[in-house]
Design a protein around this ligand. Structure first.
Ligand code: MN
Length: 236
């Protein structure tokens, strides 16, 4: 029996067609899912209670599992709704003026939080180490002077936003952005490559610190992962 006759007799020719059409619908479903999930929530590099007493476990859990997740979900939805196929989050941010507000807010939210988690660690803080320590001294005079300036900028950002230390034209600068904007966005007044970032939205500190943002900022300095800061500083 040749192949054609065998298929005819066994009814597999028809079955094969059904399988082929099912495969193609599986493929298109996979493509659809891929388009709707261009971005994903990165794993938290420590557990929720790891940054206590500086940042409490409940704040970490809500901040990561609800706030950050919502930015990721809403970014994927905004990209799908507007048929945006982003190469990378950085590319999206660099051209953010071309996209709707939902992409700006949620794209910024996703990038900023992904960076923020990496910039903290249990038993972090202390004096900066490595090349960033020298750069801080030469740009600001001392770590204390840098800390004072960063804290002042973080404290005085009105409403919700972020404080940043950025590298621009080989120099370090400190500034802030409103909402979920960041220094990689073409619309941002503050520009540069982020090397340090602090979330000063109330959701980042209100459960433990209520309205005392300054206390949160002071405590947060005890969580800084200077290895990550050095990595960001060294990266081209
Ligand atoms: Mn936040």
């Amino acid at each position: 029996m040749d192949r054609r006759n065998f298929l005819k007799k066994s009814g597999l020719a028809t079955a094969g067609l059904v399988v082929a059409s099912q495969l193609s619908s599986v493929e298109s479903l996979a493509e659809q899912i891929e388009n709707e999930t261009q971005f994903s929530l990165p794993a938290l590099p420590y557990d929720f209670k790891a940054l206590e007493p500086h940042i409490d476990a409940l704040t970490m859990e809500i901040h990561y599992s609800r706030h950050h997740k919502a930015y990721v979900d809403n970014l994927n939805k905004a990209c799908a709704d507007n048929k945006i196929k982003a190469g990378s989050i950085e590319e999206l941010l660099a051209n953010i003026s071309k996209y709707p507000a939902a992409v700006r807010n949620n794209g910024g939210g996703h990038f900023n939080h992904s960076l923020f988690w990496r910039l903290m660690q249990p038993n972090g803080g202390g004096l900066p180490t490595g090349p960033i320590a020298e750069a801080i001294n030469s740009n600001f005079g001392s770590f204390d002077a840098m800390k004072l300036k960063f804290s002042e900028v973080a404290k005085s950002r009105f409403g919700s936003g972020w404080a940043w230390m950025v590298l621009r034209d080989g120099k370090l600068d400190i500034g802030s952005t409103p909402n979920q904007d960041n220094p990689l966005m073409d619309v941002s007044e503050l520009k540069g490559k982020p090397v340090l970032a602090l979330d000063v939205w109330e959701h980042a500190y209100y459960l433990k610190y209520q309205n005392k943002r300054v206390d949160y900022i002071t405590a947060w300095f005890n969580t800084i992962n200077w290895d990550t800061v050095n990595e960001l500083y060294a990266a081209k």
